[in-house]
Design a protein around this ligand. Structure first.
Ligand SMILES: *Cc1c(COP(=O)(O)O)cnc(C)c1O
Length: 367
């Protein structure tokens, strides 16, 4: 990680806001256990810092995607319960118990392989995922029926939870949520009795019918709005603060950057910030996005380069324009959900694409 004085931008992560968001989600799903999804390095923010903060806030259950993510998390959280969403790749099953990882079993093949290991070890924990409409991972109805007809295939496995995943949870008015809820109840009843889990971040806000015994929020913990189209109930966690590298005046019609994609018809003031698509500031934000300087929104002028962006700062307060001065690129004056919309994407992709050239500053205890 570059020292802050060398970095082109500082990525501020507000761990107090993260803990507050966890408490907010836990209250919203009162009665259920509130886990935390920290896959993809804590949605790009740093899984160890994120998980340590959530542990202090009372979170004991964590989900990662890959077993190797779980092994890394285990080093930070010796006593946590860690679930691996992808389960184990064929032949890799024995690696999970080494780190106390619990697989989410997504197919009969994964069930059989895990049951074989479990019987040899005198019993192992697992989560069963059933597919209620995503057609991505999880046991489809025919495989659930196969387990119903031959429950001995599960012998040796202690089923901690039966889970499924919602395809359209952020669309509160959509018909698919209720369809998946009904399918989940029906398929779950065919399996041995176990606690249940269905809701991701947005699913929590669909109401108590969706909470079951455990909820699995990810993105809302990190401040992305789980209720698009309605006010964001979450506190902001991430602020990407770039710094002005250079300022220049344009005094006649000229263009800015690659492809001459920004055309200044007359006098303009341009600020260059050393953040580009190699840092996860998506190229499609060129001529689309806004940043915020001195409380005023300024537009990205022209294309995003690999390591630089140019901003038309003509309307920014002159007192905020000097080399080294801060510019909000994500968060602050430009909320992450808005930046994502300018890029035609979602906050998830912005977060998980954040690059490795930022100085990362973790704030806790108000400091
Ligand atoms: C990623 C993931 C989550 C968390 O989803 P968010 O929308 O980020 O809250 C929950 N469950 C499963 C199965 C996931 O893959």
């Amino acid at each position: 990680m570059p020292p802050s004085e060398q970095a082109g931008a500082v990525l501020h992560v507000d761990l107090d806001a993260l803990a507050g968001n966890y408490r907010c989600l836990r209250r919203a799903a009162a009665g259920a256990t509130c886990a935390a999804v920290v896959k993809a390095d804590g949605y790009g923010l740093g899984a160890a810092e994120i998980a340590g903060t959530l542990w202090a806030a009372g979170c004991r259950d964590y989900f990662v995607a890959h077993a190797f993510e779980g092994a890394a998390l285990r080093a930070a959280l010796p006593d946590a319960t860690i679930y691996v969403l992808h389960g184990a790749m064929p032949g890799a099953e024995a690696g999970l118990p080494l780190h106390g990882l619990i697989p989410v079993l997504n197919s009969l093949g994964q069930v059989d392989a895990w049951a074989g290991l479990a019987r040899a070890r005198g019993g192992l924990d697992a989560v069963l995922q059933i597919d209620t409409g995503m057609n991505r991972v999880g046991l489809p109805p025919a495989e659930v029926a196969a387990l119903r007809d031959d429950p001995a295939r599960l012998d040796g496995i202690r089923v901690r939870y039966v889970i499924s995943h919602l395809a359209c949870a952020e669309d509160a008015g959509g018909a698919m949520n209720a369809e998946q809820l009904a399918a989940f109840r029906k398929l779950k009843a065919e399996l041995p009795a176990a606690p249940a889990s269905l809701a991701n971040s947005s699913g929590i806000f669909l109401g108590p019918d969706y909470h079951f015994d455990l909820v699995r929020p990810g993105v809302a913990l990190y401040g992305v709005n789980p209720t698009p189209g309605r006010p964001n109930p979450m506190a902001e966690v991430v602020r990407l603060e770039g710094r002005i590298l250079q300022l220049r005046e344009i005094d006649r019609p000229q263009t800015v950057g690659y492809g001459a994609a920004y055309q200044a018809a007359g006098p303009r003031r341009i600020a260059t910030v050393p953040v580009g698509y190699a840092d996860g500031y998506l190229r499609c934000l060129g001529n689309q996005a806004y940043a915020c300087i001195g409380g005023v929104r300024v537009q990205v002028a022209g294309r995003v380069s690999m390591d630089l962006i140019t901003l038309d700062v003509t309307d920014a307060p002159p007192s905020a324009l000097r080399v080294g001065a801060p510019v909000d690129l994500i968060g602050g004056g430009v909320p992450i959900d808005e930046v994502a919309a300018w890029a035609g994407t979602i906050g998830y992709e912005l977060l998980t694409g954040l690059g490795h050239r930022y100085h990362r500053s973790f704030h806790r205890g108000g400091a």
